[in-house]
Design a protein around this ligand. Structure first.
Ligand code: IMP
Ligand code: MG
Length: 175
């Protein structure tokens, strides 16, 4: 059976929430410059939209992690597939991610980044699946907490598809 997508969070709701997150972040970083680190590929759509709503000076960098695993379950073993272009020492860093699921990917990444001595290190995630957490991760700025369902859109994929959907949807009909 082919999968179908049921809308969970509409484009309007996402845009409104991101605008609010941008305001919150702008307040928190008053008088500072903010270095955003996007976790590819899923975080890309979210980071671009979020950055437009942040009113302090922003610089961007990208990192690509791959967690060995397939389908809808991450194995928890993480590898850096593309590292940052620039050093983060002394910078106020905000990591921008699509979703925190088991927490393993971000737990690993935050640990790696902390060792590079940023001035501050915080996490902003569009989505959180708290029911699935295996490793504790502190999310400083969160878009939405969602139930334990596999979602796509707004950067999130199923087998590399559906990243370009402008809303968050649940994939139905998965084997
Ligand atoms: P974690 O290490 O288990 O927290 O997994 C994080 C990564 O798994 C995310 O960055 C996503 O790439 C992927 N992932 C987890 N849940 C979903 C989902 O519902 N849809 C799409 N990707 C997901
Ligand atoms: Mg991801």
């Amino acid at each position: 059976m082919a999968e179908t997508i049921r809308v969970l969070i509409s484009e309007k709701e996402i845009e409104a929430r991101i605008e609010k997150l941008g305001e919150e972040i702008t307040k928190a970083y008053q008088g500072k410059e903010l270095h955003l680190i996007c976790v590819l590929k899923g975080g890309a759509f979210f980071m671009c939209e979020l950055a437009k709503h942040i009113k302090v000076p922003v610089s961007l960098d990208f990192m690509c992690l791959s967690s060995y695993g397939s389908g809808t379950v991450s194995s928890g073993v993480v590898r850096i597939a593309k590292d940052l272009d620039d050093a983060i020492e002394g910078k106020d860093v905000l990591v921008v991610e699509d979703i925190i699921d088991s927490g393993r990917t971000l737990h690993y990444l935050l640990d790696v980044l902390e060792k590079r001595h940023p001035a501050s290190l915080n996490l902003c995630s569009l989505l959180d699946k708290p029911d699935r957490r295996e490793v504790e991760v502190n999310i400083d700025y969160l878009g939405f907490a969602i139930p334990d369902e596999f979602v796509v859109g707004y950067g999130l994929d199923y087998a590399q598809k559906y990243r370009n959907l402008p809303y968050i949807g649940v994939v139905e009909g998965l084997e």
